[in-house]
Design a protein around this ligand. Sequence first.
Ligand code: KIV
Ligand code: ZN
Length: 525
Amino acid sequence: MTTTSKQDRVLIFDTTLRDGEQSPGATMSHNEKLEIAAMLDEMGVDIIEAGFPIASEGDFEAVSDIAKASKNSVICGLARANFKDIDRCWEAVKHAARPRIHTFIGTSPLHRDITALTMDAMADQIHETVSHARNLTDNVQWSPMDAIRTEHDYLCRVVEIAIKAGATTINIPDTVGYTIPRESADIIHMLLERVPGADEVVFATHCHNDLGMATANSLAAVEAGARQIECTINGLGERAGNTALEEVVMALKVRHDVMPYDTGIDTTKIMGISRRVSQVSGFPVQFNKAIVGKNAFAHESGIHQDGMLKNKETFEIMRPQDVGLSGTSLPLGKHSGRAALRAKLDELGYPMADNQLKDVFVRFKDLADRKKEVFDDDLIALLRDAGAAEQNERIKVKFLRVICGTEAPQSADLILEVDGVEKQVTCQGDGPVDATFKAIKSIFPTTARLQLYQVHAVTEGTDAQATVSVRLEEDGKIVTGQSSDTDTVVASAKAYVNAMNRLLVRREKSAPDSDVKTVKYTDAV
Ligand code: KIV
Ligand code: ZN
């Protein structure tokens, strides 16, 4: 699919697996990446940026496996402005029915300083690298990183060079989320007016959210003529994240009257993929997040409830069904059977084979015995834990009993299974969680630093499940573990152990995050 500034079709370019996965702690496993890519393909994403093949062996394998499995979407890989990166990228994406190479270089004065390139030298490099990519494939995207802070004359000059060298998509990144809607639009206008050949290529907008304006900036760019929006599910991404796919897609749908541009996205798949990305990345979705937040379709005040009962349009600008919610909540409980569970899982976007359902049903019954009502979010938390259990886990929590209360010291009696061998310890601490974490560290010593410990109730009530997120950092490697349980301390222990298991995998597989980042942005030649 091609589209130019004169047409009304806007391409959706999803970079959850590349820019999103770059957020500290959001690392996904190989299988999780494949699963998310399949969901993106299925929901109608035009282009999937599957990773940065030169960054690590793992990234390379993920991009090439996603390319092999892709059905409809274009599969894109990222490459810096050098032949080695571009060749490696091509090796990974070439398996796709529709491959794309995305190459970039930082063009703003700040980035030119880092690469120590003069304007002319950088212009030559852009010509050579884009031509090189174009010799490999006819689908080449080029990005001037930090375009928004690049001098306008120089931006026009390098965009023209990239187009002449064969780029078919020109992406204009607001790398640091610095722009405002009017400026975002003005820059696209300027490029379309000043750059020869601009009407032959697709202009893309890629906005970060540092000032909370990514979605508005992306839509302003579209109104000015951009025809590709780069975004991520749940707005996942470094710092404050990226433009959220669900926000731009629903904004274009709901306000088609003033923004008459179409996307090819099946919006009913939004909620399912949002929940899955939240699970695999370990980044919970904030309750009041537009479209996908738990409260996005919840009404509590009397006036709102009254209005909703009389006419839903009073307080809802889109139907919950449009984004894949049933719109009504039918809680499950201990009397519910397999059929009800299956129907609910289908509705939530988790269709299950019979053998998978069997396992989930056992867990569901166990939870239902401990809880009056099992809500959608309880089920999703339970599925995430079932998924975690399937991973190759070296450390497992076998037993935990804590003594806590007003009389210190609190203590934890813990049995962990480490590589198949059970080990027991009792530790004291400043509170039950501290005692539990000390017990884990005493059985499995580590230099990892606890960067974040966060608890939130998945559903309401004193019997609610707690979801605990734990972020650990070791030598620049950052991992996040999550777990849910009606017992907060058990959830904490399992989340910590989940993070430890991920760290063990990371230790074996990859270079420190800090090194990867150095590779990613500074060594541009
Ligand atoms: O934000 C950015 O500039 C990027 C580029 C690599 C396109 O992600
Ligand atoms: Zn970015």
